[in-house]
Design a binder for this molecule. Structure first.
Ligand code: PEP
Ligand code: CO
Length: 455
């Protein structure tokens, strides 16, 4: 396995980010309590291991070369209240089922990365929120403060860092146990909850696909003369926005027999759209860790900036190290994406292009509800596929906000969620997510796009 990349860059340490401007960090009233919590975090065992991280980097290198596809998805923000068995199992299930659909469409292996086991810190557009004349700090995710609107709720509390670490550990423990116990058994796709199929215009496609997964397995088992137990064991990796730098630093370690420093709070941390300043603390921290990393790329990023990010974050041009998670919006992707792809190709930089069709397509209804339209999400995906293909590159992954439950947060899809449905089961604390039916339908349409590209 590759380890040569994991050297430590010049003038870097896990704390060197502290010399730079760190956007979006909470202001703790009690700094001693913060230091106590961080000291505990620094002693607690890691949540993931360096060999899992290197395995993921290897898989992302394959995706960068077009041999694999990345499926990343989960909640906009996890909440402590949702750290329970049914919610975790349904997140795994939706990612697993979507990935199988994509395998069938793209005829390549799919790497599943959840936005889970640590997605507890959120950037906010305003530091404060005012309700009825009262102004309090904004809610910044369960790792930092609470969403209720009292001064106590909103005051950043360092103990929550430990609670977030523990919840992440509980989540990942349960995920590992489910996988070990055969949860992801592909032998019985016919047991999947497929009630949406009857309403869907893609019903025939979907039924055929599910049947063909079962058939392929039985065919391979007939060939090999044994039950393919290993196929039932699929990998899941974790990811979250590496926003809270003291938290990430506390989990950043050196490990025996490998060079470099690993952020062991997650496999794939990413830098958000609001914290990607080249001279900022996040880029400083991320440039030194050995994990594969992502950066959100929005409409304001110029080709020069994209190149500068690639140089700063992946100076050795290692495939699999750097994923650009682009999120322009269906209306802007045709203008924004081509110049970036051209610049990156001209300079032969190794980038995995992963489309986040969610964050550039958020809108507010007349009733003031934040939502996203299924058609706009699909449109950004379709355009990204085409643009990357036409410019000699390829779309190597997708990034969704989704849930395995049938919430009503995004509009459209075959089940036809309308504006008046939104109020019925709108649960997200922050961004609207595709529900189970919408996510499965999206996977099916995406698989169709992938299949067409192969012809
Ligand atoms: C997110 O992924 O939830 C998010 C805040 O995205 P972005 O940084 O792209 O705005
Ligand atoms: Co979001």
């Amino acid at each position: 396995m590759e380890t040569k990349s994991a050297s430590v860059p010049a003038n870097w340490s896990p704390a060197s980010w502290q010399q730079k401007r760190a956007a979006q960090q909470p202001v703790y009233p009690d700094l001693d309590a913060l230091q106590t919590a961080l000291a505990q975090l620094a002693k607690l065992p890691p949540l993931v291991t360096s060999w899992e991280i290197e395995n993921l980097k290897h898989q992302l290198a394959e995706a960068t070369r077009g041999e694999r596809f990345l499926l990343q998805g989960g909640d906009c923000s996890e909440s402590f209240a949702d750290c329970e068995s049914a919610a975790i199992a349904s997140k795994l299930k939706i990612l697993l089922q979507m990935s199988l659909v994509l395998v069938q469409g793209g005829k390549k292996r799919v790497t599943r990365v959840g936005r889970f086991a640590g997605q507890y810190a959120k950037p906010r557009s305003s530091d404060t929120e005012t309700q009825n004349g009262v102004t309090l700090p904004s809610y910044r995710g369960d790792m930092i403060n609470r969403s209720g609107f009292s001064r106590e709720d909103r005051t950043p509390n360092p103990d929550l860092l430990l609670r977030a670490y523990e919840r992440s550990g509980l989540t990942i423990n349960f995920i590992r146990a489910l996988i070990e116990g055969g949860f992801a058994d592909l032998h019985h796709p016919e047991y999947w909850e497929l009630s949406f199929v009857s309403k869907s215009p893609h019903a025939a496609d979907y039924t055929r696909l599910v049947e063909s997964i079962g058939e392929s397995l039985r065919f391979m088992e007939a060939l090999s003369g044994s039950v393919l137990a290993d196929i039932g064991r699929v990998d899941f990796f974790t990811s979250h926005e590496g926003l809270h730098l003291s938290y990430e630093q506390a989990q950043t370690r050196q490990v025996p027999r490998r060079a470099g420093w690993y952020d062991l709070s997650t496999h794939l941390p990413w830098i958000g759209q609001r914290t990607r300043a080249l001279d900022g603390a996040h880029v400083e921290f991320f440039r030194g860790i050995a994990n594969p990393i992502g950066v959100k790329i929005g409409p304001a990023v110029t080709p020069d900036e994209a190149l500068a990010l690639a140089d700063a974050l992946n100076p050795q041009n290692e495939p699999g190290r750097l994923t650009f998670i682009h999120r322009f919006g269906a209306g802007r992707v045709e203008k924004c994406l081509p110049p970036l792809v051209a610049a990156i190709r001209r300079r032969e930089r190794q980038i995995l292009w992963c489309c986040d069709p969610m964050h550039g397509n958020t809108e507010t209804t007349r009733d003031g509800i934040k939502t996203r339209r299924f058609d706009r999400i699909l449109e950004e995906l379709e355009k990204s596929f085409r643009i990357l293909n036409e410019s000699g590159a390829h779309l190597g992954g997708v990034h969704f906000e989704l849930t395995g439950d049938n919430v009503t947060e995004c509009l459209g899809g075959a089940s036809g969620v309308t504006e008046s449905d939104l109020a019925r089961d709108y649960r997200t604390q922050l961004d609207p997510r595709l529900n189970y039916e919408q996510a499965m339908e999206m996977a099916l349409l995406l698989a169709r796009l992938m299949a067409q590209r192969k012809k």
